[in-house]
Every structure is written in C-alpha cells, then in structure tokens.
Write a protein of this length. Structure first.
Length: 50
C-alpha cells in the first residue's frame, strides 16, 4: 500500500480504532523483545554510536 493511501486510511479511522492498532503494535513489540530478537528498551538511554 502506498504511503499516501495508508495515511488517508489512518486519518479516516476513529480514535478508538487507532488506539487498538497502537495496542497491537505495542504487544508485538513486547513479544519481539521477550524473544530476544530486540534488546530491552530503556527510557532516556542514548543510542549506540552517538
């Protein structure tokens, strides 16, 4: 899907539908983190290489 089409689709969603999408993304991120494929995120920590 083109970026502009995706933006239009997301803009047309209700707030509650957007929250559901964010919850799914958060859960997916936590699952990836728990599997060890991504290091655990820490708030305020500088990124490596900076």
């Amino acid at each position: 899907m083109a970026k502009s089409k995706m933006r239009e689709r997301l803009a047309s969603l209700s707030f509650s539908e957007k929250v559901k999408i964010l919850e799914k993304l958060r859960d997916r991120s936590r699952t990836i983190e728990a599997s060890g494929l991504r290091p655990k995120a820490t708030l305020g920590a500088p990124k490596k290489g900076n």
